[in-house]
Design a protein around this ligand. Structure first.
Ligand SMILES: Cc1cc2nc3c(=O)[nH]c(=O)nc-3n(C[C@H](O)[C@H](O)[C@H](O)COP(=O)(O)OP(=O)(O)OC[C@H]3O[C@@H](n4cnc5c(N)ncnc54)[C@H](O)[C@@H]3O)c2cc1C
Length: 105
């Protein structure tokens, strides 16, 4: 089945999760694609220190908090590695691009 999204974000580290949170919060249908679990480098880090607003927190715990926060606004996620953003493919082996009126650029 083909799904349509307004925004596709590649990379589920802190940057992608922040972008996903705010896009979903704007009521844009948003999917975040990562080749692994959400969290990025946070998942390779035992203790994160001095992230703005947080003295210290386990990397895994911060990743879970960020994911939960973004999902609260309806962010969808998919664990895949897109082959290429410029190659039109079917289903979720990648994605196809189309304008809002259905034309494929
Ligand atoms: C050992 C270590 C300790 C650290 N300690 C701290 C600290 O104490 N405090 C602090 O503030 N920061 C710390 N950092 C830095 C912090 O982890 C990074 O600044 C932050 O993770 C960067 O976020 P990002 O979203 O830009 O990138 P990343 O976290 O690198 O996330 C990028 C994501 O994109 C995905 N991706 C990339 N290419 C593709 C592709 N083609 N297809 C699909 N997915 C893709 C990757 O799988 C990854 O999940 C530390 C980093 C490390 C490695």
């Amino acid at each position: 089945m083909r799904e349509h999204f307004d925004v596709v974000i590649v990379g589920g580290g802190p940057a992608g999760l922040a972008a996903g949170l705010y896009a979903a919060r704007m009521d844009l249908r948003t999917v975040l694609v990562d080749r692994g679990p959400l969290g990025g480098q946070l998942l390779n880090t035992e203790l994160i220190e001095d992230y703005p607003g947080i003295d210290s927190i386990l990397g895994h715990d911060l990743a879970v908090k960020m994911g939960d926060h973004a999902r609260k606004f309806g962010l969808a996620s998919s664990s895949r590695s897109p082959r290429s953003t410029s190659t039109a493919t079917s289903e979720w082996s990648g994605w196809s691009r189309a304008t809002s009126c259905g034309r494929r650029p």
